[in-house]
Design a binder for this molecule. Sequence first.
Ligand code: GRF
Length: 213
Amino acid sequence: MKKIVILISGRGSNMQAILEARLPLTVAAVISNDPAAGGLATAQKHGIVTRIVDHRAHRDRAEFDAALGKEIDSFNPDLVVLAGFMRILTDAFVNRYRGRLVNIHPSLLPVFTGLHTHRRALEAGVKVHGCTVHFVTPELDHGPIVIQAAVPVLDGDSEDTLAARVLAEEHRIYPQALRWFCEDRLAITPQGTVTLKAARGTSGALVSPAVEP
Ligand code: GRF
């Protein structure tokens, strides 16, 4: 069974969605850079080991990332899952976990990288917005895309109503991406895109009427 470590900074609702999705994986630990992260209590309620690597206790990003890497490696995970982890990681860290580090971002990448994605979507007047799970590469919010979900932007939406609509989709697509990872179905092409291998025993044929899972 594959082992993951989840990194959080705040409330941890994506982490919770992953913990409650009954995925065929072991969550070896949840690590937060902030001792006040609400998600730590949620993880503990699920019986998951928690650790804190406080970025404020380190002189610079390099030193923090080294400490974080040491903590992660002590659990020997197959995959490191960023779930609302709000620190920018050094290239050295990202390269060390290349192909083993995924993130969820609240926009349809490659648009609206960085912060305040919902506000920027409203300001831009886009009619469709969403979220993306992607492998992490050194360029912020630019790695190979695994899965995306789109939602409509409705007249009268506020940042909060739009964020809530997107978040509900985040909670759906992150567990799905991890399920595919567990099933060894994700491959990164040399061009930096992700392909999804057909499930074992399926031919890729369209079956109609659809077969229930
Ligand atoms: C999510 O919107 C995620 O996409 C972004 O930060 C937020 C974290 O929410 N990176 P939560 O901590 O998972 O509830």
